[in-house]
Design a protein around this ligand. Sequence first.
Ligand SMILES: Cc1cc2nc3c(=O)[nH]c(=O)nc-3n(C[C@H](O)[C@H](O)[C@H](O)COP(=O)(O)OP(=O)(O)OC[C@H]3O[C@@H](n4cnc5c(N)ncnc54)[C@H](O)[C@@H]3O)c2cc1C
Length: 458
Amino acid sequence: MTDRGCRRYSGQAVVVGAGIGGLAAARVLADHFEGVVLVEAGELPPYAGPRAGVPQARHVHGMPARGAGQLERLFPGLRAELIAVGAPLFDHGLSASTTVFAGRVPRTEAGVRAHAFSRDLLDWSLRRRVTAQPRVEVRDRSPVTGLCWNGDATRVVGVRLAGSEVLDAALVVDASGRFSKLPRWLVEAGYPRPAEKVVDAGLAYSTMVFDAPGPDFEALQHMTSAPDLPRGAFAVHVEGGRWVVTVFGAGGDHPPTDERGWREFARSLGNADLDGLLGSATPVAGVGVHGFKRTENRRTDYAGMRRWPRRLVAIGDSVAAFDPVFGQGMTVSLLQAEALGDTLARAYDLDAVARRAQRRVAAIVRAPWLMSVSEDLAWHHHRERGALPLWLRAALWYKRRLLRLVVADPEAFRVFVGVWHMVRSPTALGSPRMLAKVVFRARRTGAPGPAADGDGAR
Ligand SMILES: Cc1cc2nc3c(=O)[nH]c(=O)nc-3n(C[C@H](O)[C@H](O)[C@H](O)COP(=O)(O)OP(=O)(O)OC[C@H]3O[C@@H](n4cnc5c(N)ncnc54)[C@H](O)[C@@H]3O)c2cc1C
């Protein structure tokens, strides 16, 4: 955790983008600089409401327990504040309806608490706190159009705004999200284009918001299974007694964005809990159905570049945007913001910070990236009609047996939930004890899945 109040660097830091990554970065940088300017392209409403810059906020945004803990570390008191406005905090095993390809997981205590709220509420809560910091200035409706450089383009010295205004900066943090222009800005300054990796599962989301009398759960997950079961759903009880319900389809099986089609898609899942919820729910007037298709995993290898400018750090979706199904993006951004603060706290020469911080940012991405792409590579290969590599066939075989076990074995479920919530390493799923259970017990356990064990790895 950064040491609050330990300002060491003169001048101001500029953060590009007021999403979760940018807000967390601004909060952290205020401990280290004389001033912080948070520059946002779109308009920031003075309330918890939708805004054009983050269209993904319309959709279910689950916050893993690790991210929730991180939020509380960066913004003490936030958890209580969210609870006070009705954001439910609950055990992910006892109060969640979870269905995987092998069946529905019996309710059992998971020992991991999930906190549910809308993304709009979270953004607004962070925005209010960051704006209230005396050293932070927030400028909305100010798109950044490029970087400013020193003479030989080895150091970033500021940003250019639309209308050619220039903001000087001792450090620039790019947190402008999935569609960041940073690769182009680097190329314009004479740097090679950074390497990029894209794994596209062909996944799309479609979301409605409801008022509903409470069912006996607070959240619902119905998971896809590559490459046979492309359809899934999330439903989350958020503040104000509302339910945000997202249906999704991978491998190009996209959910409709009209209400009738949306409901048919939801019914096609055959999930009794979801049917029950929707049967007694009323769509919130004026919200409609919203789709989102740009969900590919996209990682830009800034840390691997041979030359990297001083005084520039990229975090959040700008560096790695994930398939949202695992709900890792916000947590990763928060962890990266903290790592940036820690790097600043340890360094005495600001010129040494950017490279180090960028490496730490990349290290934080590694495990979530692997988790996200291992499933998505199967969809990716499936769509391209390519044969699955052997390692992926093995990984899918393991995963399907693991999920059979998760349905039948509370201990395995707890490990699974811990990994999902990022409080346990993904390696816990392959520990000797889990390995033995998966290999020797899974075949005998779990409800029969829609596809025979192992034949998903075609
Ligand atoms: C459909 C969907 C569902 C998701 N669900 C989850 C989930 O369940 N859990 C989870 O943890 N994550 C989820 N995510 C990911 C999550 O939204 C992001 O990881 C998270 O918002 C962190 O992103 P960020 O702050 O880097 O970028 P964003 O939140 O995208 O913010 C970027 C900001 O930069 C601004 N901007 C862009 N360009 C400029 C510019 N040139 N100048 C100034 N400002 C600019 C934008 O207007 C925006 O405000 C989901 C993503 C999608 C697409």
